[in-house]
Design a protein around this ligand. Structure first.
Ligand code: PFF
Length: 452
C-alpha cells in the first residue's frame, strides 16, 4: 500500500498555514452568500441550528476521514482511492466522481465570483455619479461582462496555483484570511448599531422549529458539505500535503469551527443588514411575503442599501462587502482547482505549470458557456453540489468504514496524536463513519429527492 512521499509534490510550511489554507477553502461564497441566503429562505434560526448539527455531527467526521486518506497516501483523490482500494476501478471511480464535481462546481463558482468583482466596480461607478456604467457592469444577465470577469477570476486562481503549495496557496491564504475576517468583523460592528438591525438579530437567533422539514434538512446538509469543502476530495488533496507531525482530528476541528464561525458571522452581518435596508425603505420581501434571497438578496437588496447610505460611507461599505466576497471566493477557487491539478501531476506526470494552465483553461470554457446562460447555475448546484457532494461523502464513509477500515485510519492518525487509540475519539469516530454519517446522508438524499 502506498505511503506518503509528499516532499516532491509540495508540503505545508506550518500548521497555521495548513489550517488557514483549509479554512480558506471552506470559507467562501458558501458562507458569506449561501449560508445567509439559506437562512433567509428557510425560516431563520431553525436553519442555523440544523446546519450546525450537520456541520459538527456529519461534516467533521467526514473531514477527518478525507484528511487521513490524503495524508496516508500523499495523493490526489483518485490516487488515494487507488492506493487504499488496491487499484480497484470501482474505488478509483469515487475519486473520479469527486474530481468531476469539483470541476463543475469551479465552473459555476467562477462566474458568481466574477459578479462579486464586477460589483466592486459597480460601487465605484455609482459613487462617481456614473450610474449608467454602474447599471451596465452589474447586469448579471449580461453574457460578455460575465465572461470577462469569469476570465479575470480564473486568471487570478491559476496564477496562485502556479506558485505551488507553500509559495502559492499557503502564502496567499495567510494574507487573505486575516483580511477577510477583519473586514467581516468591522462591517458587523457597523451594522449592529444601525436602526432596524435589532429585528434582524431576532429573526436570526430565535428559531421557529415548525419550519424544519425534510427539504430544510436536505438544504442544510448540502450547505454543510459545500461549505466545508467535503465530498469531492479537496481535503484529501490538502491532507496529502500535511506533515506526519500534525494532529488530524485537532486540525479538522479548527477548520470546522472556523468555517461555522464565519458562516454564523456572515448571517449576523447579512440578516440584520436586510432589516436595516428595510428601515431605509428598501423592499426586502417578495410578493408572497418571503424574504428576498439568493441573487436578489446579494446583488439587489444590498447594493440598494449601499446606495441608500450614499456618499463615501456607502462606497466604503459597498466596495468592502463585495471585496470581502471576492477574497472569500478566491481562497475557495484555488482549492477547487488544486484538486484536478494534483490529479494531473500525480497520475499523468504533468508539470504543475502545464496542469494549472490546461485545466484552468478547460474549466474556463465551461464557465464561459454558463456566463451566457446563467440558468445553468441552478442545474449545476442541484447535481454537483446538493446531490454530488453528500453522495461523495457517503461513498467516502462506506469505503473507509468497510474497506480500508477505521482501525487503519486511526493508526495513521496516531502520527501527530500518539494517545489516540485510548481516546474517546477512537471509540466514537468509527461509529459516526460506519453508521451515523452514511445513514443520515442516505436518508437525507432519498427524502430530499422525494424518493422516500
Ligand atoms: N467551501 C466553499 C464555499 O463555502 O464557498 C466552496 C467549495 C470549495 C466547495 C472547495 C468544495 C470545494 F472543494
Amino acid at each position: 500500500m502506498a505511503d506518503s512521499t509528499t516532499t516532491s509534490r509540495g508540503n505545508w510550511n506550518s500548521k497555521l498555514g495548513f489550517i488557514l489554507a483549509a479554512a480558506g477553502s471552506a470559507v467562501g461564497l458558501g458562507n458569506i452568500w449561501g449560508f445567509p441566503t439559506q437562512v433567509a429562505e428557510n425560516g431563520g434560526a431553525a436553519f442555523l441550528f440544523i446546519y450546525l448539527l450537520c456541520a459538527f455531527a456529519i461534516g467533521f467526521p467526514v473531514m477527518v476521514a478525507e484528511l487521513t486518506m490524503g495524508r496516508k497516501t500523499g495523493r490526489n483523490p483518485v490516487g488515494a482511492f487507488k492506493a487504499l482500494g488496491d487499484n480497484k476501478l470501482m474505488y478509483s471511480a469515487i475519486g473520479m466522481w469527486g474530481i468531476l464535481c469539483g470541476v463543475m462546481i469551479l465552473a459555476f463558482y467562477t462566474v458568481i465570483a466574477g459578479w462579486t468583482v464586477s460589483y466592486v466596480f459597480e460601487e465605484f461607478f455609482f459613487y462617481f455619479g456614473m450610474s449608467e456604467w454602474a447599471t451596465w457592469i452589474s447586469d448579471t444577465g449580461n453574457g460578455p461582462i460575465n465572461a470577462v470577469f469569469a476570465t479575470v477570476f480564473m486568471g487570478g486562481t491559476v496564477s496562485i496555483i502556479l506558485g505551488g503549495v507553500s509559495d502559492g496557496i499557503e502564502r496567499a491564504t495567510k494574507l487573505m484570511m486575516p483580511l477577510l475576517i477583519a473586514i467581516l468583523v468591522i462591517m458587523i460592528g457597523y451594522v449592529l448599531t444601525q436602526p432596524g438591525a435589532g429585528v434582524g438579530i431576532k429573526e436570526y437567533l430565535f428559531p421557529d422549529f415548525s419550519m424544519v422539514t425534510p427539504g430544510l434538512i436536505f438544504s442544510a446538509m448540502g450547505q454543510a458539505f459545500f461549505s466545508l469543502s467535503l465530498g469531492m476530495g479537496a481535503l484529501i488533496t490538502y491532507g496529502s500535503y500535511l506533515s506526519k507531525k500534525e494532529n488530524i482530528p485537532e486540525a479538522a476541528a479548527y477548520v470546522t469551527l472556523t468555517d461555522a464561525t464565519i458562516a454564523f458571522l456572515a448571517g449576523l452581518l447579512i440578516i440584520p443588514t436586510m432589516y436595516m435596508a428595510q428601515a431605509q425603505g428598501v423592499p426586502i420581501f417578495d410578493e408572497s411575503g418571503n424574504l428576498l434571497a439568493s441573487v436578489a438578496l446579494i446583488f439587489q437588496v444590498l447594493p440598494e442599501l449601499f446606495h441608500e447610505i450614499g456618499g463615501l460611507l456607502g462606497l466604503i461599505f459597498g466596495a468592502s462587502f463585495f471585496f470581502l466576497l471576492s477574497l472569500a471566493a478566491l481562497t475557495s477557487t484555488i482549492s477547487l482547482l488544486e484538486v484536478p491539478v494534483s490529479y494531473a501531476i500525480d497520475e499523468h506526470d504533468m508539470s504543475r505549470n502545464k496542469a494549472a494552465k490546461l485545466i484552468g483553461g478547460g474549466v474556463l470554457i465551461i464557465s464561459l458557456i454558463i456566463s451566457f446562460d446563467t440558468s445553468l447555475i441552478d442545474v449545476f448546484v442541484v447535481i454537483f453540489n446538493e446531490v454530488g457532494l453528500p453522495l461523495g461523502g457517503f461513498l467516502i464513509c462506506i469505503f473507509l468504514g468497510y474497506y480500508w477500515k477505521t482501525d487503519n485510519a486511526l493508526k495513521e492518525m496516531e502520527n501527530g496524536y500518539p494517545g489516540i487509540m485510548t481516546s474517546i475519539f477512537a471509540k466514537v469516530w468509527p461509529i459516526f463513519i460506519k453508521v451515523i454519517a452514511p445513514l443520515a446522508i442516505l436518508y437525507n438524499l432519498l427524502s430530499g429527492l422525494d424518493i422516500i
